[in-house]
Design a protein around this ligand. Sequence first.
Ligand code: DCS
Length: 482
Amino acid sequence: MAASVAVENLNPKVLKCEYAVRGEIVIHAQRMQQQLQNQPGSLPFDEILYCNIGNPQSLGQQPVTFFREVLALCDHPCLLEKEEIKSLFSADAISRAKQILATIPARATGAYSHSQGIKGLRDAIAAGIASRDGFPANADDIFITDGASPGVHLMMQLLIRNEKDGILCPIPQYPLYSASIALHGGTLVPYYLDEKTGWGLEISDLKKQLEDARSKGIDVRALVVINPGNPTGQVLAEDNQCDIVKFCKNEGLVLLADEVYQENIYVDNKKFNSFKKIARSLGYGEDDLPLVSFQSVSKGYYGECGKRGGYMEITGFSAPVREQIYKIASVNLCSNITGQILASLVMNPPKVGDESFASYKAEKDGILESLARRAKALEDAFNNLEGITCNKAEGAMYLFPQIHLPQKAIEAAKAAKKAPDAFYALRLLESTGIVVVPGSGFGQVPGTWHIRCTILPQEEKIPAVITRFKAFHEAFMAEYRG
Ligand SMILES: Cc1ncc(COP(=O)(O)O)c(CN[C@@H]2CONC2=O)c1O
């Protein structure tokens, strides 16, 4: 009997969806990793180096002690009754855990919570936002989510009615956006970041792309901005942000501000400004601009990807629309409580004077300073190689070098039925065990080819990554030089 379920009879939106961060190169790497385990010594390297995904703790980064102390105590509250607890946990972690448990009905982290998240934790998140921005934030505007991803999907589900609804997205973009737009049957309206100006965003290009889409009957609903950028690593200048906010207000667009890398800033001449702060600084209030700000516990210096925590702050929507957003959130009942607690902690870390502040700050600074050194070392290494140009990683966790491939390599890729950058990434993997994502997985100016490489291998491994990469690249270019 023919299979009742086959690719041919699946939802075409699922078939259209792509997510390169865990695509064909990574699948091939996992097969090679299995081979290394079964047949040690059978490949020209002894380990696979996953530089494809922003997953810091999988590459050895340690979690922040204070956050984990609080999580442990919240998940096993009877520990708090034991006398020896004082010798095992810091006093401020103990008091923070008690404070958090007091906001959880029945002190039960195993119970469903409010569909937006536990009110006391949303209060803490709102207080953290207000402290960061210098403008008020409201707990009722916060939806705590299982990472930023579900928040993005929820907003695409809300805004996209059919393929005539468009979402303006940066190119290169983080493929959650193209995947979610495809899954919800909408249209991605691209705006190109300018590699020559450090991935700058030109309002004139936004306007041109918007008008072009509208001329084709596309109802453009929203503008996605990823700041700091993934895969591009740029941090937007404040005046550029002001122009973006004004553009959205003037064009009647929802601003979807992806700010998951807000703590990952590596250059002294840039700082993170939330779009909420920019909008309020321009005098725009609730009635001027629908703005959704996404945050996550997966990035920053905490890197708690697997705990699945984050939030979206929703402002500028009418009460009836907010009710619809709440309704969608309630279908999933609630996000996981560990992620909720962690989201409140990253927005309210230890302060000066707290017992844990010194150790917390040492851990935080140590991680961020090391990330900055790794970013610089890899950027310099890429720029010292023939046929590679690489913009600075001002923030986030990635470098996105352009590979100027010889024509012969492009022809070889064509013969292999692969995009040139995927062909290059596969050869890199097979030769060195280094896993990167081809630029075609993020979108790029036609005729340019890139790879995305994380800055996450532990610092002591970076020289080996550079050595291996350099040897491969020089051999590859020699093989295909015209
Ligand atoms: C810009 C951006 N937004 C949202 C997310 C989703 O994060 P969470 O759902 O975990 O909160 C990521 C994850 N970064 C992916 C995952 O690792 N590498 C990446 O490019 C991201 O880079």
